[in-house]
Ligand binder design. Structure first.
Ligand SMILES: [Ca+2]
Length: 301
């Protein structure tokens, strides 16, 4: 998500597509390597019960590293799947891995994870933070952590950053940096830099819904409630109440780890007051938030 994106218009919690967990395929190797088992995708809880002022701000965010081995790429640490992991080049400490949160946020703690079932190991690392991706300040000095298979690192009070980097100098179980998940917990800046969420609290309608997962749940500014359709194609419409210049649409799902990573294919449509038909504003593509060209509409879906 770009830090430059403007007002969000919809908090659409759109469930209905089968989850597609992403994982790296372990490479062939003659070296003994911990076995990674396939984990079945889990359906989110019904009803979702957890609203959090804090969330894992690293979920799905871009990750980069000093190096990686084979298919064990940096992106594996933000895919929400503990079975997929990053591994640096071997026998070449120090190594680092970092995540771009997209915007500066107040941060409270990190959770580091390795795949379940691996032999115990410690990793020695320092936590560094920054705001531009190239200049970093050490906020937690080099410490040895047992990651069996997870550990929590509390950040100093008042830590704010956009970029979080682990500077890794040792691993007792393998001569490389290794990490399944780098969770960065904190409070996301929720005020758009300009504009406002015009869909907040406005009437929401949908082509269908299941159980209690009604359309209104997509406009209540609560990430623990969501709309779920009953069939494809499905439409979700926010009635903005007046024509407005639109800059972007933001789609959200509950950031809790129980929601597996997924993509949804959709079209953004809009119409001005008095028009009888919707026109396409953004053609179908994966719902990655990005800057949209300005459009005018009183309703969008
Ligand atoms: Ca992972």
């Amino acid at each position: 998500m770009s830090s430059k994106y403007c007002g969000h218009l919809l908090d659409i919690l759109w469930f209905g597509h089968p989850p597609h967990p992403r994982r790296a395929t372990p490479h062939e190797s003659t070296v003994s390597r911990p076995h990674v088992t396939h984990r079945a995708p889990r359906r989110p809880p019904h009803p979702a019960a957890q609203a959090a002022s804090e969330s894992n701000l690293a979920a799905g965010r871009p990750a980069t590293a000093s190096s990686h081995t084979d298919v064990y790429r940096p992106a594996n640490v933000t895919d929400g799947d503990q079975a997929t992991y990053w591994e640096s080049a071997g026998n070449a400490f120090p190594q680092w891995i970092q995540v771009d949160l997209g915007a500066t946020a107040a941060l409270s703690r990190l959770v580091l994870k390795l795949p379940g079932g691996w032999p115990n190991r410690t990793q020695t690392l320092a936590v560094q933070t920054g705001t531009n991706g190239t200049t970093f300040t050490t906020v937690v000095p080099q410490t040895t952590y047992a990651v069996n298979p997870a550990t929590t690192i509390t950040l100093p009070a008042g830590t704010t950053a956009r970029h979080v980097r682990l500077h890794i100098t040792a691993n007792s179980g393998w001569p490389a940096g290794q990490l399944s998940e780098l969770e960065v917990w904190g409070t996301a800046p929720d005020t758009p830099q300009d504009g406002a969420n015009l869909a907040l609290g406005k009437p929401m309608t949908a082509s269908s819904h299941t159980h209690t997962y009604a359309a209104a749940n997509a406009g209540d500014d609560n990430l623990s409630t969501y709309w779920e359709s009953a069939a494809y194609p499905a439409t979700l419409t926010a009635q903005l109440g007046a024509d407005a210049t639109l800059t972007s649409v933001t789609l959200k799902l509950n950031p809790d780890a129980v929601w597996a990573r997924r993509t949804q294919t959709l079209t953004v449509q809009g119409r001005v007051q008095g028009a009888t038909a919707f026109t396409t504003l953004v053609p179908p593509r994966p719902p990655t938030p990005s800057t949209r060209p300005p459009a005018t509409a009183s309703r969008s879906r």
